[in-house]
Design a protein around this ligand. Structure first.
Ligand code: SF4
Length: 290
């Protein structure tokens, strides 16, 4: 029924979906001519995490967030560290419904028991494929004095980021590399790197949003000094050079997962060397998984 075909405007893949069809992320479906977030409120993972684990190292230190994840992702990075949920659909992963009201209620109860609990993190799979859940939960969370954290690949259309920016208190956005070829290797649609850069720029510009950025260093894919230096220099240049002091950049070590399960981990010496390269431009650089 061509009349019911619809195009999703959430990410640059812009899936064109026949009636009833599922998007490439497995989280959105064309229902009656409208692309809806089918995975809205379907939670596969729920945990209480230190904010440092997100990672956020210069925001609410010592705080905890209730971390919630669903299933689905609009990328398919062969080295995905969370592939069991990111690459899953509704039929091959366990999930339960958790409305925004219930998630905020659970978090408020946790905060009442332990004042170190400061809010909710949308994490584990790609939260932006069900961005409406992030929005609705964030609005309720703010009413209860709870913060919202976004851990994301940043690969979304600008309209989505625009709607969320003022609701996000802290974000950690993946910058997987600085070449379209790297994003191609992650199964990303054309324009993905531009979309991620635009998302980082928009969140950086949001006065109430604390921003940190992460690159998982994968041997042979994004481990050149030139690429890491280019990313660090660009981050530092944001806001007329204010990025150099304001953005915390995480250079993290890869361990073999999913389609690269047999690959050797990134040598610690490489991670440390690349972090030093990034420090030529950025004040706050951290190594991770070392
Ligand atoms: S979010 Fe992206 S991958 Fe998912 S349906 Fe929309 S355009 Fe497709």
């Amino acid at each position: 029924m061509s009349g019911s075909t619809a195009t999703c405007a959430v990410c640059p893949r812009n899936c064109r979906l026949a009636s009833g069809a599922l998007g490439a992320c497995r989280a959105r479906r064309n229902v009656g001519g409208a692309v809806v977030p089918e995975a809205y409120g379907r939670v596969t993972s729920l945990a209480l995490d230190p904010v440092e684990k997100k990672p956020l190292t210069r925001w609410r230190p010592g705080g905890y967030v209730v971390s919630a994840g669903s299933y689905g992702c609009n990328l398919a990075c062969p080295f995905c560290q969370n592939h069991r949920i990111s690459q899953a659909g509704e039929r091959n992963v366990g999930w339960r419904e958790l409305s925004p009201e219930r998630l905020v209620g659970l978090t408020a109860e946790a905060a009442a028991r332990d004042p170190r609990v400061v809010g909710i993190a949308h994490t584990y799979n790609e939260p932006l494929v069900t961005w409406e859940y992030v929005r609705d939960t964030a609005l309720l969370a703010r009413e209860r004095g709870l913060a919202t954290v976004l851990v994301s690949n940043g690969c979304a259309e600008q309209g989505v980021i625009e709607q969320l920016a003022s609701l996000v208190d802290a974000a950690n956005i993946d910058l997987k590399g600085f070449s379209p070829a790297l994003y191609d290797a992650c199964g990303a649609p054309p324009g993905a790197l531009d979309a991620v850069r635009a998302a980082i720029e928009r969140l950086f510009a949001e006065p109430g949003c604390h921003l940190e950025v992460t690159t998982l260093v994968v041997p042979g894919m994004n481990d050149s000094e030139e690429e890491v230096e280019a990313m660090a220099a660009w981050l530092a240049s944001l806001g007329g050079g204010r990025g150099a002091e304001r953005i915390t950049y995480h250079v993290t070590r890869f361990f073999g997962r999913w389609r690269m399960a047999d690959a050797a981990p990134t040598p610690v010496s490489v991670v440390r060397r690349l972090a030093d390269v990034a420090r030529r431009h950025l004040v706050h650089v951290r190594v991770g998984n070392c």
